[in-house]
Design a protein around this ligand. Structure first.
Ligand SMILES: Nc1ncnc2c1ncn2[C@@H]1O[C@H](COP(=O)(O)OP(=O)(O)OP(=O)(O)O)[C@@H](O)[C@H]1O
Length: 759
């Protein structure tokens, strides 16, 4: 955030209570065309009206739903009884005829108005009561106890303010403004939604607010983003959760393993391992994931948890650290409306514990739209609206834009942001402008035949917001925060804090690596491939006899093949390592989960046990079927040579992968390199021109082949080693060890240089 230059501004939203009343969520409906009787009935019933969002989760406070937010901690002990009470209330309601009619109206739809869409307060499905449980009773008991633990932890409240945020990138040499002067704020306990058409700059703004724009490819940032009136600092990383649009998770870990590893790596050293594991379980219960806790996450080729469950795991990964600020990029994309609603309810639950939540949202349903406290509407990178979500329709109505048919408010706002005025009343100013412009086109069409262009609508909306509403919001940003200077200072330290020591990081990452990849290595396909190859080799070289020149050449061919086979295989497995884990590495390094050195060492060593398992099977079969020297020493040294070759080849694969970080390019580079090494290996070409003969010293195939010859034959016949003397093999061993270390150092340096988006 180096480019942030201006001084932070203040906010008066801070003084507001964290709790939200239902009326905050109701869209104003001064021009209500139709309003269902059921909605009226419920609105006039104080008890029903007081069924706030909090109560819908069995978390209603003793004062009837008003005391939310950070203050809810003290009430956690009554949540379960409230929840039970709520269920009784509902049963009472449902048993009455009036309630039945309300229930059916709720299930059939909502009351539509010109100014927006009013959700009936009684529309409280069982999904809302227990957002992620099929079994309400179990969930209630289980989650009740778990939630109590999780939510009693204090969170440092963080007030986020941003003024005149501008972001510019250079595309093909010309500058392009992605964001042009966005201002807004979000307070603890609030959910701020960033809405706008595709490409309007939501993700860019979210990334900037989350302190993640620095690094390679970043554009120029101007404006001010402050966290409790302080600029972004590295220590803030541990207080920020960021759920990216793509679910970046390990496919082969189960839900429980995923969250447990996140807890072990991210939670502070002051907590014991057991406490961290318990926290992971708390999160599982909190998110209603207990039924799938032992299911693999899954991916394109592995069946795993559902999309909604996966998204909840991503959210769990972030809320496990009890963040003060939670950013989410399209958490509901690709989910059905009920699951999306549940996710948003979950966000409210989290916000009510004093956290500040900012989420982008693509095309929310009406119900979803009304769940947000604040809204930012973007259009082509400009601010079209910032304020309470419930007041958005009033604003657009006040500037002359009103839906002409019953419409989801989100759809209406997105249409406007896209410059689409179909089914929308066009303000007279805009209409006149369009008419004036078209008058010159001298045709006889009536005024109504002209539609303002998308650009005209956009400019009108930007000006209208700037002239009529922006000053109010900007004034609010100047108000002082209701927190002490000490609290503000808590987030200013720029020191990085690691949750665990280097060794702990290494061992956790090592175990995670083994768990994640055991399926790959121990898959039947791979085992069958290795066994089949070795049996075929064994049959082809069945009891080969090196006593004749032809037999000797044949056997040397087998040894060369072994050197090549265990050179190819590990290179092509290892090149995928870093390109494939790049997203995960970026994500985890962005929150300082571990040191790169711990990750690198764990990642490279966790592959070894599994990488060395298959060659043992291979060698046992080939060695004895082919009739190589059948003594323990000879077998042991041959095995050791193959191991050295594998680890060196793996190093080369890692270095290529880390340098290129692109699977296609890495594969191309690896195939050229490996082919060159194979040809320079000393078996195919005997008389190599001197100007290129140095190449063989870089080839691990060359050194492996010579070592295998040395183990089998003493002395090695000159015809096989092409006149290059082979003494005790120390040179070859040293060359392989140098490659093992050298390639890895190269890989590590490349990885360090490939800056993650967060560093
Ligand atoms: N580094 C960059 N270089 C070039 N263009 C960029 C860069 N970053 C963002 N953009 C452009 O800025 C615009 C806004 O992108 P952004 O991802 O923020 O949009 P969005 O509103 O989140 O869209 P969506 O809803 O489709 O995800 C897009 O047109 C995008 O191509």
């Amino acid at each position: 955030m180096e480019s942030i230059t201006e001084k932070p501004m203040m906010d008066d939203t801070a003084g507001r209570g964290i709790g939200r009343s239902k009326s905050d969520q109701l869209a104003p409906s001064s021009q209500s065309l139709s309003r269902t009787a059921s909605a009226e009935t419920v609105r006039s019933t104080p008890d029903a009206t007081s069924l706030s969002r909090k109560s819908s989760f069995g978390k209603r406070s003793a004062s009837g739903g008003a005391g939310a937010g950070g203050n809810s901690h003290g009430h956690s002990h009554i949540r379960k009884s409230r929840s039970a009470q709520l269920k009784l209330d509902l049963e009472d309601l449902v048993s009455s005829g009036a309630a039945l009619s309300r229930a059916s109206s709720a299930s059939l739809g909502f009351s539509f108005t010109f100014t927006g869409f009013t959700p009936p307060p009684q529309a409280m499905s069982s999904a809302e009561l227990h957002p992620f449980s099929d079994d309400e009773n179990t969930m209630d008991i289980e989650a009740g106890t778990r939630r109590k633990k999780l939510m009693t932890e204090p969170t440092l409240p963080i007030y986020l303010k941003f003024t005149e945020v501008k972001y510019r990138v250079t595309v093909k040499g010309s500058p392009r403004e992605i964001l042009s002067g966005i201002s807004g704020s979000a307070s603890p306990g609030e959910v701020l939604a960033l809405m706008g058409p595709s490409g309007s700059g939501k993700t860019t703004l979210l990334t900037i607010l989350g302190g993640r724009v620095a690094g390679a490819g970043a554009g120029a940032l101007e404006g001010c983003v402050s966290y409790n009136d302080e600029p972004f600092s590295k220590s803030l990383k541990r207080r920020i959760g960021f759920v990216t649009q793509d679910d970046v998770l390990f496919t082969h870990l189960t839900v429980r393993e995923t969250l447990t590893y996140a807890a072990l790596l991210r939670l502070p050293r002051t907590m014991t391992r057991q406490q961290k594991e318990e926290r992971a379980m708390d999160i599982i219960y909190e998110l209603g994931l207990e039924r799938c806790q032992d299911t693999m996450i899954g991916g394109s080729f592995v069946r795993g948890v559902s999309g909604g469950e996966r998204k909840r795991v991503c959210i769990g990964n972030e809320i496990i650290i009890n963040p003060s600020l939670l950013f989410l990029d399209e958490p509901t994309s690709g989910l059905d409306s009920t699951t999306a609603l549940r996710i948003v309810h979950l966000l409210h639950d989290i916000a009510e514990d004093g956290k500040t939540i900012i989420t982008t949202i693509h095309q929310p349903s009406s119900r979803l739209f009304h769940k947000f406290d604040k809204l930012i509407l973007l259009g082509k990178g400009s601010l079209l609206y910032f304020g309470k979500a419930s007041e958005a329709m009033t604003h657009f109505q006040s500037i002359g834009c009103t839906p002409l048919i019953a419409m989801n408010p989100a759809e209406f706002l997105l249409d406007l942001a896209n410059g689409n005025t179909n089914d929308v009343s066009v303000p007279s100013e805009l209409d006149d402008k369009v008419h004036m412009e078209n008058q010159n086109l001298q045709n006889n069409n009536s005024k109504n035949d002209y539609k303002p262009s998308a650009q005209d609508v956009h400019e009108y909306l930007v000006d209208a917001y700037e002239n009529r509403a922006a000053y109010k919001e900007k004034k609010k940003l100047l108000a002082p925060l209701p927190i002490s200077d000490d609290m503000k200072a808590t987030i200013t330290s720029s020191k990085r804090e690691w949750g665990t020591s280097w060794w702990q990081q290494y061992s956790i990452l090592f175990c995670r690596g083994i768990k994640e990849r055991r399926h790959d290595y121990l898959s039947w396909m791979r085992i069958t491939q290795v066994i089949a190859t070795s049996v075929i080799l064994g049959l082809l070289w069945w009891h080969s006899d090196p006593s004749t020149p032809k037999g000797l050449q044949d056997q040397a061919g087998l040894l060369f093949f072994i050197a090549v086979f265990w050179g190819f295989f590990p290179v092509f497995t290892a090149i995928f390592t870093f390109p494939q884990e790049r997203a995960m590495l970026n994500k985890e390094r962005a929150v300082d989960m571990y040191k790169l050195s711990a990750y690198f060492l764990a990642r490279t060593t966790s592959d070894l046990p599994l990488d060395l398992f298959l060659p043992v099977i291979f060698m046992v079969i080939v060695y004895f079927m082919a009739g190589l020297k059948a003594t323990a020493t000879h077998f042991f040294f041959s095995m050791l040579t193959v191991f050295l070759s594998i680890i060196a080849a793996q190093g080369l694969g890692l270095a290529i992968g880390a340098t290129v970080l692109d699977i296609k390019k890495a594969t191309t580079l690896a195939s050229v390199t490996v082919m060159t090494f194979m040809l320079a290996g000393g078996f195919f070409v005997k008389r190599v021109p001197p100007f290129i003969s140095w190449l063989r010293y870089l080839s691990f195939n060359y050194h492996t082949y010579r070592l295998l010859l040395k183990v089998q034959y003493n002395p090695v016949p000159d015809i096989l080693i092409n006149g290059i003397p082979l003494d005790n093999g120390v040179t070859e061993v040293l060359a392989l060890v140098a490659m093992i270390i050298g390639y890895r150092v190269l890989a590590y340096i490349s990885l360090r240089r490939a800056k993650t988006s967060a560093s």
